[in-house]
Design a binder for this molecule. Structure first.
Ligand SMILES: *[C@@H]1O[C@H](CO)[C@@H](O)[C@H](O)[C@H]1NC(C)=O
Ligand SMILES: *[C@@H]1O[C@H](CO)[C@@H](O)[C@H](O)[C@H]1NC(C)=O
Ligand SMILES: *[C@@H]1O[C@H](CO)[C@@H](O)[C@H](O)[C@H]1NC(C)=O
Ligand SMILES: *[C@@H]1O[C@H](CO)[C@@H](O)[C@H](O)[C@H]1NC(C)=O
Ligand SMILES: *[C@@H]1O[C@H](CO)[C@@H](O)[C@H](O)[C@H]1NC(C)=O
Ligand SMILES: *[C@@H]1O[C@H](CO)[C@@H](O)[C@H](O)[C@H]1NC(C)=O
Ligand SMILES: *[C@@H]1O[C@H](CO)[C@@H](O)[C@H](O)[C@H]1NC(C)=O
Ligand SMILES: *[C@@H]1O[C@H](CO)[C@@H](O)[C@H](O)[C@H]1NC(C)=O
Ligand SMILES: *[C@@H]1O[C@H](CO)[C@@H](O)[C@H](O)[C@H]1NC(C)=O
Ligand SMILES: [Cu+2]
Length: 357
């Protein structure tokens, strides 16, 4: 078939305009809320998951996309799923808080969430929004910049979702039911976790410690999410400063800091440049608990993961991937050091911040 130049031009314009102006896509997800067997700390339990995954699936969307999620409840509990931080413009009924915007999805039923992600880009997350099911039903929700838009910082080599959580050996619904019955405090979690793993300071966990592989000289975007049920957390990486570039899906003025702090529900994107000596470094999170009335119990052991410098075989400076033992944990302020935490949060600035408040 022969096409005139004019016809070719029309076709080219059609494809180009599609590429640039109608790039918004529909992300269809089919989620089954179901039991899955998971072992941590040498305890195996049947927990409530999305599609048998713990932590749950990471959702990747591009700003402007429409998300359609068919959630089907195959467990005996009532369930809802909340898109934490998504603005839900004109789609409040898709938001998920139980008895606020919807009745629970009962056993055997489905609910289809449909919403457009607009005016936001960065890291958010999703989790259950009924009773304590969020302890095991959670995952990252990542909004890529629109096609053609770039980050307001130099593009990282890659990004790593880092989802902080809590693990109970017992059934979490028993934990909250017992606390409500007695009127007392709840049993604190048995471990803090990074991407569902307690890390090597906990019993029975060392083999499964999460490892993030990096190449010396490259810069990485860490998408840190506090999906813990109750605790505020410090997060840092030994020997590396972090540059905060986004919080709760809003870009910030770049800000250099040795550690970050997140309350449950908060997310923070940081850049990390792997410019230290080739080796392995601890990534860790531990509790910030400033209660003035005296110590509230909390898990005392930090959750850890490993930042692992991988040496390419063409790098003649190093002959092998290191096997040196991990050094120290990152240094955090004291568990109740409110002043340091105020300093951290007080230094956050929006991109448009110029002077004053
Ligand atoms: C949602 O999933 C359920 C269970 O697979 C199915 O029966 C139902 O038709 C789906 N709903 C839509 C709108 O696709
Ligand atoms: C589940 O939700 C239904 C509808 O709101 C409610 O009638 C029922 O009591 C709930 N079940 C439990 C165990 O909370
Ligand atoms: C909470 O901890 C107490 C004391 O260890 C224990 O007896 C109880 O069984 C725990 N509750 C649950 C629901 O696991
Ligand atoms: C590991 O197990 C020992 C023996 O049961 C216990 O004393 C210790 O507290 C456990 N460590 C952690 C981090 O839970
Ligand atoms: C990191 O690299 C090691 C080998 O050095 C490999 O065994 C491991 O699977 C890698 N981890 C990830 C998450 O890719
Ligand atoms: C981290 O930043 C502090 C303050 O800007 C600086 O003193 C320190 O040398 C930096 N550490 C690294 C590993 O870059
Ligand atoms: C490592 O990178 C950070 C962030 O770009 C920078 O602040 C720091 O000075 C660098 N350190 C070295 C030793 O090059
Ligand atoms: C080897 O080390 C030299 C000097 O520190 C550095 O300039 C060079 O980039 C390194 N080569 C590689 C492949 O990392
Ligand atoms: C280090 O590990 C990486 C990933 O497993 C591998 O590609 C590379 O060849 C290894 N380098 C050396 C020097 O053994
Ligand atoms: Cu939430």
């Amino acid at each position: 078939m022969f096409l005139t130049k004019a016809a070719l031009l029309v076709l080219a314009c059609f494809f180009l305009s599609n590429a640039f102006y109608t790039s918004a896509a529909t992300v269809n997800l089919d989620w089954k809320i179901e039991y899955t067997s998971v072992t941590r700390l040498c305890h195996t339990k049947s927990l409530i998951s999305v599609n048998g995954q713990f932590p749950g699936p990471t959702v990747y969307v591009t700003e402007g996309d429409t998300v359609i999620v068919n959630v089907t409840n195959l467990v005996s509990n009532n369930v809802t799923i909340h898109w934490h931080g998504v603005r839900q413009l004109l789609s409040a009924w898709a938001d998920g808080p139980v008895y606020i915007t919807q009745c629970p999805i009962q056993t055997g039923q489905s609910y289809v969430h449909q919403f457009q992600v607009t005016g936001q880009r960065g890291t958010l997350f999703w989790h259950a929004h009924i009773s304590w099911l969020r302890a095991t039903l959670y995952g990252a929700f990542i909004i890529q910049p629109k096609q053609g838009a770039s980050y307001p910082f130099s593009s990282p080599t890659t990004d790593f979702p880092i989802v902080l959580g809590e693990w109970w050996n017992a059934n979490v619904e028993d934990i909250i039911a017992e606390a409500l019955d007695s009127g007392g405090g709840y049993n604190i979690s048995d471990a803090l976790t990074i991407n569902g793993q307690p890390g090597d300071l906990y019993n029975c966990s060392q083999q499964d410690t999460v490892t993030f592989n990096v190449t010396q000289g490259k810069t990485y975007l860490l998408r840190v999410i506090n999906a813990a049920v109750n605790f505020q957390l410090y997060f840092g990486v030994t020997g590396h400063n972090l540059t905060v570039v986004e919080a709760d899906a809003e870009y910030t003025k770049p800000y250099n800091t040795p550690y970050i702090v997140l309350a449950p529900g908060q997310t923070t994107n940081v850049l990390l440049t792997a410019n230290q000596t080739v080796g392995q470094y601890y990534m860790a999170a531990s509790v910030f608990s400033p209660a003035p009335i005296g110590p509230v119990p909390f898990p005392q052991t930090a959750t850890t993961a490993i930042l692992n410098y991988v040496v390419s075989s063409s790098n003649t400076n190093s002959t092998s991937n290191t096997t040196t033992s991990l050094g120290q944990l990152p240094t955090f302020p004291a568990y109740n050091d409110l002043q340091s935490v105020e300093t951290f949060f007080g230094a956050l600035r929006s991109q448009s911040y110029s002077k004053g408040y």
